[in-house]
Write a protein that binds this ligand. Structure first.
Ligand SMILES: [Zn+2]
Length: 291
């Protein structure tokens, strides 16, 4: 095994662990959002295992970019100018820091075959995976993970792309994005580590070192609608949380102008109670039949 470190523009560092045999080139991204350190911490653990010989790679290689957004990480904020996961373009579409670092990350993505993007969430949540470009291969990859909740259909809400997985798909690669739990939860790093470990095994790069039971059947949600916060008076109903189920007609937010009622039976995805007016506030998903 060969381990090499490379410095890129904007102080972005990549570490590649190479089995020196043919096989899949897996890219693992951490800290796309600066206040989500679980990907970094889990990546460090796996790199350290490789350095000590506790983990052997048999085929292919893994490239880690443990900190994709160095400035936001240094400030412990989600983003400095804008959400990196909405501006993932080879050609920057704005002058923001995030738009400028995206091309560096795009050129790293281009060299790999498969992308695993590791995140955490602001509130308590079970881990969940975004299978944005679902196909037989990504479905089988999801099947190999010891989690329960799967979200599909994200790309229909963002047809202009701009996420890590959009760029991976443009490059003809497979990708998954995993939300590993709450930022500061004590289990979040272990979950990130397990997801990486199970991904390494799925792609036959190395043996699994974890043995987590699978949680089945999978619960699959189809993202249907994005709600932006309409005005200052708009407030989410009390107790709204990720994966909260609702029935058609349930009030989901109130404001001076209207009470917004659920247009179908489904569940809430990723509510942001503190969202600014006009910004992404929460998503509505439909529950799919279990597979
Ligand atoms: Zn994130």
């Amino acid at each position: 095994m060969k381990i090499s470190r490379q410095k890129h523009d904007f102080d972005i560092e990549s570490i590649t662990v190479d089995s020196q045999n043919p096989g899949t080139h897996l890219l693992i991204l951490g800290v796309v959002h600066g206040n989500e350190p679980c990907g970094l911490l889990a990546a460090e653990k796996i790199i350290s295992e490789c350095e000590k010989g506790e983990r052997q790679l048999k085929n292919g290689k893994i490239t880690f970019v443990p900190v994709c957004n160095p400035r936001a990480f240094a400030r412990n904020v989600r983003e400095t100018d804008e959400n990196l996961n909405r501006v993932f373009y080879k050609e920057p579409r704005s002058n923001s820091y995030e738009a400028k670092i995206a091309p560096v990350l795009c050129s790293i993505i281009e060299k790999c075959d498969v992308v695993l993007d590791i995140h955490s969430y602001r509130a308590q949540t079970p881990p969940f995976v975004m299978n944005d470009y679902a196909n037989n291969t990504t479905n089988a990859w999801v099947e190999a993970l010891s989690l329960h909740n799967v979200i599909i259909g994200w790309t229909d809400l963002y047809p202009e792309g701009g996420g890590t997985l959009d760029y991976a798909d443009e490059c003809g690669q497979f990708g998954l994005c995993i939300e590993c739990g709450q930022h500061t939860d004590e289990t979040v790093v272990q979950t990130a580590y397990t997801m990486m470990d199970e991904t390494i095994a799925f792609w036959k790069i190395g043996e699994k070192l974890t043995d987590e039971p699978k949680q089945r059947p999978l619960d699959i949600g189809l993202m249907v609608k994005l709600i932006h916060r309409p005005d200052e008076t708009a407030q989410l109903i009390d107790g709204m949380h990720n994966f909260m189920p609702f029935d058609v007609g349930d009030v989901l937010y109130t404001s001076e102008k209207e009470n917004f009622c659920a247009p179908f039976n489904g569940f809430i995805v990723m509510p942001k109670p503190g969202a600014a007016v006009g910004k992404e506030w929460f998503y509505l998903a439909r529950k799919m039949r279990d597979i």
